[in-house]
Design a protein around this ligand. Structure first.
Ligand code: DQA
Length: 145
């Protein structure tokens, strides 16, 4: 089982960016949490990718075809706008879990819309960085079912 974790715009600024919402831990901490959870859960490999560019995120999803068994994706702001990311997830048909650090459903109304969710079998929100470990757990259960 190989997992790809994809993070969208501004997540590279974790720790600096709105710490009251996203916490004080930085992006390197997010990467460490993902790699540790992947190892603990018995994934063969976990790759963690981040880009601020919609097209780069779409390219990465397309390139995952035939390489990765599952995707955990935090499209960040593109969650609420990107039909392109939704279409890419639908096109590759790789099981995907949507993750958000904050509780998007309790925030502004525009954050309560998610295009990506239409191509994801599960969703984790509001659990902070630990949500990534939870999302990998859900992915593992799904792949083994
Ligand atoms: C986010 C929530 C989004 O609304 C926001 O644009 C982000 C991060 C989260 O992880 O809570 O950049 O996806």
């Amino acid at each position: 089982m190989k997992a790809l974790i994809i993070n969208g715009p501004n997540l590279n600024l974790l720790g600096i960016r709105e710490p009251d919402i996203y916490g004080s831990e930085n992006y390197a901490a997010l990467e460490r949490i993902c790699l540790a959870a992947g190892e603990k859960l018995g994934f063969e490999s976990v790759e963690v990718f981040q880009s601020n560019h919609e097209g780069a995120l779409i390219d990465k999803i397309q390139q995952a075809m035939g390489v990765f068994d599952g995707i955990v994706i935090n499209p960040a702001a593109y969650t609420h706008t990107s039909v392109g990311i939704l279409d890419a997830l639908k096109a590759v048909q790789i099981p995907a879990v949507e993750i958000h650090i904050s509780d998007v459903d309790a925030r502004e109304s525009f954050r309560q819309v998610s295009y990506a969710s239409m191509a994801c079998f599960a969703r984790v929100t509001g659990e902070g960085l630990a949500g990534y470990a939870h999302a990998l757990e859900l992915l593992k259960e799904h792949l083994e079912a």
